[in-house]
Design a protein around this ligand. Structure first.
Ligand code: NAD
Ligand code: MG
Length: 298
């Protein structure tokens, strides 16, 4: 395994081909309990000053893709507020510690993005903690696998839409008035937005909605100098997958069907978020950056 994200090596072998045993965790799951451990870039991500002085809010920043992004943002010079569910405090504490180890401000705010009021409070608190916001990453997400449409309860459908779509809408509605020219909004969508799995109907629908919403919002905010972009990950090894995100029997083969032949690690997503957050992507607007190990995307 590499010890620096910028070293030139073979991407096929950069991370191990994992074959996770079927495993279960109660929602929302902990990164600390994943077997094998996910690589969040703790020992490998090296910053190059691309987000010096930026102030970032990352939802679902306690684990998985959001956590790897939080570590990378801090190493690029940003102050970071992460938000997560209260049960995820142990994961959040670790990420806050890593942010602070870079000499940056790191704050964790627990709460539920399905709660309208929490989104309002989150924006107010994040701005109070950091003195403003320049980067907003809408990354909290819910994914529950069910074999048939008749297995999707109305409650599940409601929770998936509340988390992935309403959570996004409420947060953005509250935060956009506070953003200034130069700010960047990044939404985590998914390959599922255009290539839905038969067992992820409700989830895939929400990711399609996010992808479309983000592209429209990008046009609305571009004249103000606020850029909106999206990242569409492929199969990445994170807690969401073992909670109920995949059928258990599929876990040992998670990600092996990608052209690269393995699942991705959260650290492999972080540079996409850094690029879209930083000023170097000034002419990239309404783009969905696919990070999926080689699968076709529109
Ligand atoms: P993860 O479990 O590490 O992160 C998801 C986070 O969402 C949790 O840590 C939790 O803090 C947050 N969350 C969920 N429900 C919430 C709620 N009601 N209130 C507040 N926070 C809530 O898994 P991840 O895979 O890193 O997921 C991050 C994003 O990436 C999600 O939007 C997911 O849909 C997307 N994604 C993941 C994959 C993958 O293969 N792992 C692929 C494509 C897209
Ligand atoms: Mg988590």
């Amino acid at each position: 395994m590499t010890n620096d994200q910028l070293s030139q090596d073979n991407p096929v072998d950069r991370h191990p081909k994992i074959t996770p045993d079927p495993q279960d965790q109660d929602f929302p799951g902990l990164d600390a309990k994943l077997d094998p451990k996910a690589d969040l870039g703790e020992t490998s991500y090296r910053g190059t000053g691309r987000l010096e002085g930026r102030r970032a809010l990352i939802t679902g920043g306690d684990s998985g893709i959001g956590a790897a992004t939080a570590i990378a943002f801090a190493r690029e010079g940003a102050d970071v507020v992460i938000t997560h569910l209260p049960d995820e405090q142990p994961d959040a504490d670790k990420i806050v510690e890593l942010i602070r180890a870079e000499g940056r401000t790191g704050v964790s705010i627990p709460g539920d993005v399905r709660d309208r009021q929490f989104n309002t409070e989150l924006v107010e608190r994040a701005i109070a903690e950091l003195g403003g916001l320049d980067v907003v990453v809408v990354n909290a997400g819910k994914q529950v696998s069910r074999p048939a449409i008749t297995d999707i309860t109305d409650e599940q459908f409601d929770e998936t839409v509340k988390t992935n779509v309403y959570g996004m809408f409420w947060l953005l509605k509250d935060v956009v008035p506070h953003l200034e020219a130069g700010a960047s909004i990044i939404l985590t969508t998914s390959i599922q937005a255009y290539s839905p799995s038969d067992h992820l109907l409700d989830y895939a629908m929400t990711k399609g909605a996010m992808n479309t919403f983000g592209k429209g919002l990008a046009k609305q905010l571009a004249p103000k100098g606020i850029r909106v972009n999206l990242v569409a990950p492929g199969p990445i090894w994170t807690p969401l997958q073992v909670v109920e995100g995949q059928p258990k029997e599929k876990l040992p083969k998670f990600g092996v069907g990608q052209p690269i032949g393995r699942a991705g690690q959260p650290v492999e997503l972080a540079p996409a978020y850094v690029f879209l957050a930083s000023a170097e992507s000034s002419y990239v607007i309404g783009e969905t950056l696919n990070v999926n190990g080689g699968v076709d995307s529109p």
